[in-house]
Each structure stands twice: as C-alpha cells, then as structure tokens.
Write a protein that binds this ligand. Structure first.
Ligand code: DX5
Ligand code: ZN
Length: 216
C-alpha cells in the first residue's frame, strides 16, 4: 500500500475552516490530522470537540485526532461523538496506557499512541500488538512550523523492526517538519502516514502540495 497523507489543520486558516475542509476533501489527502492541545501537556492551546464537530459536516474522510492533553480517558466518548475515526494519545500522558487503548477501541475507533522525540520506541514493546497506529513526533509537540529532528529516521527503523517481530498491524505516522525534501526518506525508513501542517497550508497551492507529498 502506498503511503497516506494527513494534512494538519493546525496550520489552516481558522477564520475559513469550511473552505479549508472543503479544499482537503477535494484534494488527494487521505486523512485530516487534527491537533488538540490543552496548555498543560504542551505549552499551547488549540481547539477541541466543537471545532471537530463543525468540520465533520464537510467531509467523509477519516479524522486522525492527535491528543496532546493530560487525562485523555475523560474525553474518549466525546471525541467519538465529535466524529473521530482514529484517536491518538501520548505515551507520556497515560499512566494506564493499556486501559486507555481498550477504552478507545471499545468506542469503535482506531487507537494510536504518540511518542515524544526523547521517548524510546521500546516502551511500546508490551502494547504494540494492540495498536493501530504509532505516531512518532519529529518535533517537540505544541507548535507547527518547527524544524525536523533527524534522529526520527533511526526511530522509524527501530519501530518497524518491533512491528515486524510482533506481527503488529500498527501503521507508522510521522508528525512535524515534514516536507517533500524528507518525505521519500521517511517512507523508505518505514513510515506509512505523513502529517504536514505548514508545508501544506503556507504553500501557494495547498492542493498541489498535497499531491506532491502523495507522489514523492
Ligand atoms: C505539533 C503538531 C503537528 C503540527 C505539525 O505539535 O502535532 O501536527 O501541526 O506542523 P508542521 O507540519 O508545520 O511541523
Ligand atoms: Zn499532530
């Protein structure tokens, strides 16, 4: 299967979200990447369920929701109700990760776990077979437009090895500083899904930029 592109609406024009959602819907984007930040787990606040619900009306494409929040268990049902298809929580925010993953799946969503740049992929050894997705942060979470951390390639290869050894079906998603410059190298290292925020939305022709990322 060829790789998937999940543009991050964090970099979209929030005053024109309907237009931005319709653009993504018509583009070759596979998923919508939706970053939820609480100002506690990360030093920034983005948006929550009402915004997700509002854009759900404009597309049937899967919503790939990346929670950068503490205590995500409290809101799993709400994110499902808002229209989430894939719900990703941070390893660093979940002391009872196994329970959290079961709760996400019980709501009928796909379950993902995200790792901060300093978190070793080996921490997933005993949960990887339960996961649909692992999101490797290639920048420190909290803001768009940061530069890509090169150690990400090594992490992808390690994670790919772990996935193969355990017969896991988890997809590998990369988030932060993704461009057409590094996309091919990320895919060759083992990535299946690429998130791109500013590279897409700050470009002159976002639809074409998405197509370029899809065709690298
Ligand atoms: C960062 C978010 C990313 C962000 C990526 O905390 O998780 O999804 O939108 O933005 P770019 O592609 O601009 O690095
Ligand atoms: Zn994200």
């Amino acid at each position: 299967m060829s790789h998937l592109i999940s543009p991050s609406i964090l970099a979209a024009d929030f005053a024109n979200l309907q237009k931005e959602a319709e653009m993504l819907d018509k583009s070759s984007a596979d998923w919508f990447h939706i970053d939820v930040m609480d100002g506690v787990f990360v030093p920034n606040i983005s948006f929550g369920m009402p915004v997700i619900k509002a854009i759900r009306k404009f597309t049937k494409k899967p919503f790939d929701v990346h929670l950068m929040i503490v205590e995500p268990d409290k809101y799993i049902k709400d994110f499902k109700a808002a229209g989430t298809d894939i719900l990703t929580v941070h390893y660093e925010a979940c002391p009872h990760l196994h329970r959290t993953i079961q709760a996400i799946k019980a709501e009928g969503m796909k379950a993902g776990v995200s790792l901060n740049p300093h978190t070793n992929v080996n921490v997933l050894e005993d949960i990887i077979h339960e996961l649909d997705l692992v999101l490797i942060m290639s920048v420190n979470p909290g803001f768009g437009g940061q530069s890509f951390i090169e150690n990400t390639y090594t992490k992808i290869k390690k994670l790919k090895k772990l996935i193969l050894e355990t017969n896991s079906n988890a997809q590998i998603e990369i988030d932060g500083g993704v461009t057409t410059e590094n996309a091919r190298k990320l895919i060759d290292a083992g990535a299946n899904v690429l998130v791109a925020g500013s590279f897409v939305f700050k470009s002159t022709h976002p639809t074409e930029t998405i197509a370029q990322l899809k065709n690298v």
